[in-house]
Design a protein around this ligand. Structure first.
Ligand code: EPZ
Length: 417
């Protein structure tokens, strides 16, 4: 088990680059299955979740290689059509092979990804859409088998704008016969990036980023080359790190329009946020005011930034209310923040955070990647030392975060115990 040891109190200063997006890389790597041959994906972060997706593609028969942050995927010899439980349990997003495998090979079996620390995370919307396209779905013994002689374009209305369901259905529809409309689709930037990659492969998709995506099925797709968009959640985490330490940080390789909701909330607290074309400067130092947040599907305030923003509110002046509307169990970080002296009450999907003048170090545990990130941010401003255990969770979504924060002046080391 690995731990972080952090001594708070330093203001972060300097310049740091945000990496490529984990949540754009995962569906794009799965989409490589739709074409036969060698695709090349650049700026893919070196994270555990990406390694799992590479393992899944290799298990299916693809040849996958990483050189730095470039991954090549050769899908010319796919010879397996099932993803076993061991792989699925490692990462829910392995379910993103469902759409492409069904589209290209007409059959696929995956183990039910099961829930995780933030919620039950069912797949009913994915499966309902595939059934509407003509797939035969069997769910038994914890496995999902999807088969279809041919997928037919149709109109699908998503009961909720699920990111994964939108991505799986886009990838299923690109080789279907006819036109598919996905309505009430998720609008995240990662979905726009997937559309760009799929169209580079020869697909005919329009509308990603809006709530109606139109896909005209084509007969086949070719491999393609692509550079994934910057990770807006890593950028947001670094922005809050600057804010909570009262620092002055310039973050490069960002797309400011991808984190407008977060930037607006940070400004409301009194923090200076100055976006330029592909950078954003965040300058704290004054009092941080308490503000209320309600997570929403994009372009609303992202659920993936809720724990990190809560860490900031624990030391804000005043009382803030944070409501989580996307996942039913995404407050695991609250008990750990309380151990550091935070004053937080949980009432259902709402938390009431009363700002305290200081946090104190403690031994705390990361329960999922964003909760772990929130504990790092709290530790950066806590008095004396904090130990964060189970940081393998953090490694799933952040590429050596201690290196980036350390370069900005944070006192943080990784301990292998
Ligand atoms: C994606 O997960 C992201 N993961 C998550 O980021 C992110 O929190 C989430 O979208 C919401 O923005 C990746 O992109 C790999 P959803 P996903 O389907 O697709 C319910 C991180 O920190 N739902 O949009 O699994 C579901 O239970 C991760 O990087 C159904 O009910 O999320 C949840 O309550 C964590 N039925 C809500 O929708 C379904 O069939 C949103 O889920 C599918 C989802």
């Amino acid at each position: 088990m690995q731990k972080y040891m952090i001594v708070g109190g330093n203001r972060l200063q300097g310049r740091v680059r945000a990496g490529g997006s984990k949540n754009a890389s995962l569906p794009i790597l799965a989409a490589c299955l739709l074409g036969s041959g060698r695709s090349i994906i650049h700026d893919v972060p070196n994270l555990k979740d990406i390694t799992v997706m590479m393992e899944v593609l290799q298990h299916l028969g693809a040849t996958v290689k990483r050189e730095g942050n470039t991954i090549t995927v050769d899908t010319g010899s796919i010879d397996t059509f099932d993803v076993n439980e061991e792989l699925m349990r490692k990462m829910r997003a392995s379910n993103l092979v469902l759409g492409p495998m069904l589209a290209r090979f007409r059959k696929v079996t995956i183990s039910h990804p099961g829930g995780c620390n933030i919620g039950t995370r069912p797949m009913n919307l994915h499966l309902k859409g595939l059934k509407l396209m003509g797939a035969e779905i069997k769910e038994r013994y914890g496995y999902i088998t999807a088969e279809s002689p041919t997928l037919a374009g149709t109109e699908i209305y998503l009961d909720m704008p699920s990111v994964g369901a939108t991505e799986n259905l886009m990838m299923a529809a690109v080789l279907a016969k006819g036109t598919t409309l996905i309505k009430n689709s998720a609008k995240e930037p990662e979905i726009v990036d997937l559309q760009i990659f799929l169209n580079r492969m020869g697909a005919d998709i329009k509308g990603a980023g809006t709530d109606v995506i139109k896909i005209n099925g084509v007969s086949s797709l070719c491999p393609a080359e692509h550079t994934v968009i910057p990770d807006r959640i890593e950028a947001g985490t670094l922005m809050v790190a600057a804010a909570v330490t009262g620092g002055d940080v310039l973050i490069t390789n960002v797309i400011p329009e991808h984190f407008e909701a977060l930037a607006a909330k940070l400004r409301e607290t009194g923090v200076e946020v100055t976006p330029e074309e592909d950078t954003v400067r965040v300058k704290g130092g004054g009092p941080v005011g308490a503000v209320d947040v309600r997570t929403q599907p994009y372009p609303g305030f992202p659920t993936d930034m809720q724990p990190q923003f809560m860490a900031l509110m624990t030391v804000a002046q005043g009382t803030s209310i944070i409501t989580e509307t996307i996942f039913e169990n995404r407050f695991k970080h609250v008990s750990e923040l309380r151990r550091m002296g935070a004053d937080i009450k949980v009432e259902g999907q709402t938390t009431i955070i009363k700002g305290v003048s200081k946090l104190s170090g403690a031994v705390v545990e990361a329960s999922d990647l964003r909760a772990g990130a929130a504990l790092i941010l709290a530790a950066l401003v806590a008095e004396d030392g904090t130990v964060i255990e189970n940081i393998e969770h953090i490694d799933r979504g952040y590429d050596r975060l201690e290196k980036k924060l350390g370069a900005l002046g944070a006192r943080i080391i990784r301990v292998h115990s």
